[in-house]
Design a protein around this ligand. Structure first.
Ligand code: ATP
Ligand code: MG
Length: 251
């Protein structure tokens, strides 16, 4: 049983909250948990702890801000199930059961009126929700741009926060564009070398085994030319002029 003073501390301090669910934050995770920014981008290595942070932050918002809607998006069903599993696991660690129905629907309804929902990200799934206090996009480089365009207006009305976490996936899409040229974001870059759980010997083995662009993408936060690209992004950008109207609209 957490005392009132203890609970107040958890409400005000997300690092303490993370510790209370068994996560001792890495330095970058600590910085993120202490941040008050409402627009955050994280460009992180594989296995650095993105989804773990998503789960901690989502659950904290739902628990300590009554009547909040917290939406967590991931590119596909498997990823949203995995994220929900982490959230439900932390919730159970706090001694609160998760109803089987919630488990099926990938949603938690809390006694304080908050709702926490994880969704596979397509623009169609998001329409119909409104007033999100927090929108969290895991693996943001792989969700459709249409989804991003669908969620932004929701934030305008609710005044909610937006956080996108991802490993890079080519020089394309909203995550790449916001990371390279967006305004108003607090940005974090976390290469694998900064993750204390990834041993240097493992990284050396990966570097020796993987194609170099894959290694840079997965472990060094690098936006690489996409595999199927014959021309580099710079070549395409140099060749394109905004003055010319395309002959055909893209399908
Ligand atoms: N601060 C931490 N302390 C201990 N373990 C941690 C911490 N952060 C993350 N982990 C563990 O590291 C592993 C990877 O974490 P997580 O799944 O959150 O990373 P990810 O960046 O989302 O990975 P992926 O790129 O595969 O999606 C998990 O086993 C998780 O429990
Ligand atoms: Mg993840």
């Amino acid at each position: 049983m957490v005392s009132l003073a203890g609970d107040l501390r958890l409400a005000l301090d997300r690092v303490s909250f993370a510790l209370s669910v068994g996560v001792e934050p890495d330095p970058w995770q600590g910085d993120l948990l202490r941040s008050g920014s409402e627009r955050i981008l994280l460009n992180c290595s594989r296995q650095s702890g993105k989804s773990t942070m998503s789960a901690v932050i989502a659950l904290h918002r739902a628990l300590y801000h009554p009547s909040s809607l917290v939406l967590c998006l991931a590119p596909a069903l498997r990823q949203s199930q995995e994220l929900f599993g982490k959230i439900a696991g932390f919730y159970r660690d706090l001694g609160r059961p998760v109803a089987p129905q919630g488990e099926r629907k990938l949603s938690l309804e809390l006694e304080n009126g908050s709702r926490l929902i994880t969704l596979p990200g397509s623009e169609k799934t998001i329409r119909g929700f409104s007033g999100a206090a927090l929108l969290l996009v895991d693996e943001a480089s792989r969700v459709d741009d249409a989804l991003y365009y669908a969620i932004r207006p929701m934030l305008a009305v609710s005044g909610g926060s937006l956080m996108m976490l991802s490993t890079p996936f080519g020089k394309r899409g909203v995550f790449y564009e916001e990371w390279t040229g967006g305004e108003g974001w607090e940005c974090y870059e976390v290469p694998a070398a900064q993750c204390p759980r990834i041993p240097p010997e493992f990284l050396e083995e990966e570097r020796a085994t993987l194609p170099s662009w894959v290694y840079r993408q997965e472990y060094e936060c690098s936006f690489e030319e996409t595999e199927d690209q014959v021309f580099t992004t710079e070549m395409v950008e140099r060749a394109v002029t905004p003055e010319v109207t395309p002959l055909f609209e893209r399908g």
